[in-house]
Design a protein around this ligand. Structure first.
Ligand SMILES: NC(=O)c1ccc[n+]([C@@H]2O[C@H](COP(=O)([O-])OP(=O)(O)OC[C@H]3O[C@@H](n4cnc5c(N)ncnc54)[C@H](OP(=O)(O)O)[C@@H]3O)[C@@H](O)[C@H]2O)c1
Length: 213
């Protein structure tokens, strides 16, 4: 069983990852500023802001896997890409795997084409999309060679606004967006968590993948 830190472990994505990982017997520590409304049995919850000096280092220390499920909103807007690189350097030093939950817009629509963020992204999502692309580009270009990382883009329709159903199934693609018949790709929180925790148990894949139902 792995020791897993979930950064943002009380958020929409993080809470599902915490629940799924704990249910499979992993040792889970969840980090956020506020205590969870409904704590998951067996999970250790730590309240800290990652804008405090040393907080990322304390969260990464002693872990086998670090799941970064923070969002570049509120006080983390414009700061999260830097936190991803801090977490990446620390994880590389310790031999921990880094799993980053990113955005759909970091995907390409076709092989070798531009990222979706370079096309039509609703203006309210553009800063978040661009920040998560910067985080990915650091991993692809500048991360230490020793870093074992995977960046997971969810489906186009994913998030607390569209929770969906737990189906127990999902598809995995590379950096080209998976499509769906008759509309945008979708994914529920529990199904993404399933994919993330499966990925944790399958070390060795490095790079950018996407998950959709
Ligand atoms: N279709 C898409 O592409 C799509 C859709 C949705 C999300 N996403 C991506 O998925 C990722 C996760 O998003 P989400 O919506 O699941 O997140 P979220 O619900 O906004 O959760 C954020 C988490 O981070 C914690 N947090 C916020 N500021 C913090 C700080 N300064 N220090 C420590 N913890 C802090 C929050 O708890 P506290 O407030 O208590 O600190 C919460 O646990 C993001 O990268 C987002 O861009 C992608």
């Amino acid at each position: 069983m792995a020791r897993i830190a979930v950064l943002g472990g009380t958020g929409y994505t993080g809470e599902h990852v915490v629940r799924e990982a704990a249910s499979r017997g992993h040792h889970v520590t969840a980090y956020s500023r506020s205590a969870p409304a409904e704590p998951v049995a067996g999970v250790q919850y730590v309240q800290a802001s990652f804008l405090e000096e040393g907080a990322i280092a304390a969260a990464v220390a002693g872990q086998d896997v670090v799941v970064e499920a923070l969002s570049p909103r509120g006080e983390l807007a414009g700061r999260l890409d830097g936190l991803v690189s801090d977490a990446g350097r620390l994880a590389a030093e310790q031999g921990a795997r880094l799993v980053v939950v990113g955005g759909w817009s970091a995907l390409r629509i076709e092989e070798g084409g531009p990222r979706a963020v370079e096309g039509d992204v609703p203006e309210q999502f553009r800063p978040e999309a661009e920040e998560m692309v910067r985080a990915l580009e650091w991993l692809e270009r500048d991360a230490p060679d020793a870093l074992d990382w995977v960046y997971i883009s969810p489906a186009q329709v994913y998030g607390a606004f569209a929770p969906g159903e737990a189906t127990g199934a999902y598809r995995v693609g590379g950096d080209v967006a998976l499509t769906a018949e008759g509309g945008p790709s979708t994914l529920s929180g529990p199904d993404l968590a399933l994919a993330i925790v499966d990925e944790i148990g399958r070390p060795g894949r490095t790079g950018h993948i996407n998950v959709a139902s």
